[in-house]
Design a protein around this ligand. Structure first.
Ligand SMILES: *Cc1c(COP(=O)(O)O)cnc(C)c1O
Length: 366
């Protein structure tokens, strides 16, 4: 918490407006629209919900294909699978661990509807190339920017570059509300329908603005909006977004400097940030040389009471991913990263303990 969360929750209570789209939700929408220059921002319960809305807006039908990395969280794929779509997995780049943009075109078929770049660790995918491919093949681009708030690609905020973009405010992300998310609608074509899908398929939002004299069921939809208590918490975080990001970056940079020597000696690899990307220090990870080395590393740290974690089981080799998805090309970077990557602790407040974490890691690796 940054300080004002409980105060704003109390204020939401005194406003006697606890359902969605009250004053705090509006503040969050304005903040997101100002920050990203997106045409429209809508809070959702989660990034998962925002991706599900995107799949409906993209009109994904059974058999439609969606190109994405396999090295990602399940929601990237699930949102489309729920509509009968087929996730088509391509490998990631070995440097940024983002989807390898040079492999996308070979995965396109007559069934392809969309490309879903995931900005891993808040570091931008090669968006110019991806947007160019999408334009030439008439595809939609839906950014999974779950980890990407406050990051930019060539000066443009992540999530605001594709036709649609999704943020997460889950407690493991940088700006949080427990569970929470937002959909950015960057292409105006989708703005009106997005409001309707989010409000159970009704035109209730237009009704509240006085644009229609009664509201009714006009499209498919669900309940995708969070209540005001969640928005109140989130607003306190948004007010401090710059400070949170600065603190995270300082921690990230301290790790990066401390481990340079280990990388020079080929003992591990550090994250790579491309020079067209300003990142948000969502994650500090290390790439060790093998699965065995990583297991030993995590066990060693655990003995010293330091928690480190790994992820993801690649979607293409997960039980459900094998059933509903398919891969195009070799997946060796995905498989290798899945075995060798470890995430270090990174949260505002770690400053007091970070030197200990760093020296412990240096000793273990050496
Ligand atoms: C966290 C995350 C999600 C899911 O976000 P929720 O808000 O928990 O639904 C989706 N994609 C990626 C890449 C994530 O990191």
């Amino acid at each position: 918490m940054t300080g004002k969360e409980l105060f704003y929750i109390a204020e939401a209570h005194f406003n006697s407006k606890l359902a969605g789209d009250g004053p705090f939700t509006k503040k969050c929408h304005e903040w997101l629209e100002n920050k990203t220059s997106s045409k429209k921002a809508l809070l959702t319960h989660s990034c998962t919900a925002a991706l599900e809305m995107a799949a409906i807006l993209a009109d994904i039908q059974p058999g439609d294909e969606v190109i994405m990395p396999s090295y990602t969280f399940v929601s990237t794929a699930n949102a489309f699978v729920l509509r009968g779509g087929i996730p088509v997995f391509v490998d990631i780049r070995p440097d940024t661990l983002n989807i390898d943009e040079t492999l996308i075109e070979a995965a396109i078929t007559s069934h392809t509807k969309a490309i879903v770049p995931v900005h891993y660790a808040g570091v931008a995918c090669e968006m110019d190339t991806i947007m160019d491919i999408a334009l030439r093949h008439d595809l939609l681009v839906i950014e999974d920017a779950a980890q990407g708030i406050m990051s930019t690609y060539k000066g443009r905020p992540l999530g605001s570059i594709g036709h649609l973009g999704a943020y997460s405010f889950h407690e493991t992300k940088n700006i949080i509300s427990g569970e929470g998310g937002a959909l950015l609608i960057n292409d105006e074509r989708f703005a009106e329908r997005a409001e309707i899908i989010r409000e159970k398929g009704t035109n209730r939002s237009q009704f509240f603005r006085g644009q229609v004299d009664k509201y009714t069921w006009i499209d498919m939809g669900s309940s995708y909006l969070p209540g005001e208590i969640v928005a109140a918490f989130l607003w306190a975080q948004m007010e401090e977004a710059e400070t949170i990001t600065k603190r995270r970056l300082a921690i990230w940079n301290a790790y990066h400097e401390a481990f340079e020597d280990l990388e020079v000696h080929d003992l591990l690899r550090r994250p790579l940030i491309t020079d067209y990307c300003l990142h948000n220090a969502h994650m500090y990870y290390l790439l060790l040389n093998s699965l065995d080395e990583r297991s030993a590393f995590i066990d060693n740290l655990k003995e010293k009471k330091i928690n480190s974690v790994f992820h993801y089981v690649p979607l293409h080799s997960s039980p459900y991913g094998m059933k509903v998805g398919r891969t195009v090309g070799d997946m060796s970077n995905t498989n290798r990263t899945s075995e060798c990557l470890v995430r270090l602790p990174l949260w505002p407040g770690l400053e007091d303990y970070q030197n200990n974490v760093i020296t412990t890691i240096q000793n273990i690796v050496k």
